[in-house]
Design a protein around this ligand. Structure first.
Ligand code: NAP
Length: 316
């Protein structure tokens, strides 16, 4: 038996169509379909999808691992503490998905504000009986307040688009963003003011112990009964039972969601709730972005295997 390849890597099989042979030169690739468990072996790098948990058990089964090159900007599917303890680097794919995710956030905002999905349903079900002055009335965005929870790359991109819609921007974050404030006249506010004043509240923080469940029944009670809640960040930021209750009881205007706490399962109460637009986690799903995400993930592998620093480490 020969000795194990020094460049044996596991790459999510679903990324294969986005990668060119020259990006994989020098790598001994095992393509790993998402339904298969992470194997044991002498692999030096893994490029997982965000649906694959890479925790202590997986890391123990991969004793030669140097790098987890996550194919996403979020990295809540990786136990970064366990990785660091084993000297395994973790990288993500920032920036390239910012515009795609901000655009999708706006698709949800507009769909909720202007009842796009309900309109589509009326037409498809052959229930449209003609123009009517009170048919599917929505809300006007100009002059209303767009609240951003988190003003990092995606939050700011969503806010910048909001200016073109004539919205006032407020945001809550640990650090002020002076350039963003200057460009958009955004105002940094406390969390409770964000909840109370937003006509559209859009979530853009990572899933962390301190952000999980931050939209709970208390937060929802503070929000305007007409407010639109948008989540293109991570599902576990929202307590879904509390959200379903607020929608059922008419205490929230609408919810536009791309992410859920137990994907791909969706809380049945949320599925049945009124005034929702529910998408299947497609924030970064454009041809261009998916190709760039795969390219960055593999470029990180190539860099680390050459002994160079990773291009986009999760922690510096
Ligand atoms: P980012 O640039 O790192 O921005 C994250 C923001 O969250 C920053 O403003 C950060 O600012 C704030 N933040 C971090 N920890 C916080 C805390 N404990 N409390 C309050 N604010 C906190 O990330 P991004 O590129 O904008 O991505 C944001 C998230 O979007 C990702 O983590 C990912 O989960 C999600 N995402 C989803 C999709 C999708 O397909 N739906 C696609 C891409 C990304 P401060 O440090 O100043 O607070």
């Amino acid at each position: 038996m020969g000795s194990p390849s020094p460049h044996a890597v596991l790459i999510a099989a679903e990324l294969q169509p986005f990668l060119e042979p020259d990006q994989l030169v020098g790598l001994d690739v095992t393509w790993l379909p998402h339904a298969e468990p992470t194997p044991k072996g002498d692999f030096v790098a893994i490029v997982p999808l965000l649906s694959r948990w890479v925790g202590g058990t997986e890391l123990k089964r991969l004793p030669k691992l140097k790098l987890v090159a996550n194919c996403a900007v979020g990295h809540d599917n990786v136990d970064v503490v366990a990785a660091e303890m084993r000297g395994v680097k973790v990288t993500n794919t920032p920036d390239v998905l910012t515009d795609a995710t901000a655009d999708l956030t706006w698709a949800l905002i507009l769909a909720c504000a202007r009842r796009v999905v309900e309109g589509n349903d009326v037409v498809n079900r052959r229930q449209w009986t003609g123009w009517h002055p009170t048919l599917l009335l929505g809300i006007e965005l100009r002059g209303r307040t767009l609240g951003l929870f988190g003003a990092g790359r995606i939050g700011q991109a969503v806010g910048r688009r909001g200016v073109a819609f004539g919205m006032r921007i407020i945001y809550a974050a640990r650090n002020a963003r002076p350039e963003f404030e200057r460009d958009t006249r955004a105002e940094r506010v406390e969390r409770s003011r964000l909840f109370r004043e937003s006509d559209v509240l859009s979530l853009h923080v990572p899933s962390l112990p301190e952000t999980k469940g931050m939209i709970d029944s208390d937060a929802l009670r503070q929000m305007k009964p007409t407010a639109i809640l948008i989540n293109t960040a991570r599902g576990d930021l929202i307590r879904e039972e509390a959200l379903a209750a607020a929608l059922e009881e008419g205490r929230l205007g609408a919810a536009g969601l791309d992410v859920y706490s137990d994907e791909p399962a969706i809380n049945p109460r949320l599925l049945a709730a009124p005034r929702t637009v529910l998408l299947p986690h497609i924030g970064s799903a454009t041809h261009e972005t998916r190709r760039q995400m795969a390219a960055i993930a593999v470029a990180n592998v190539q860099a680390v295997l050459k002994g160079e620093p990773p291009l986009t480490p999760v922690f510096h």
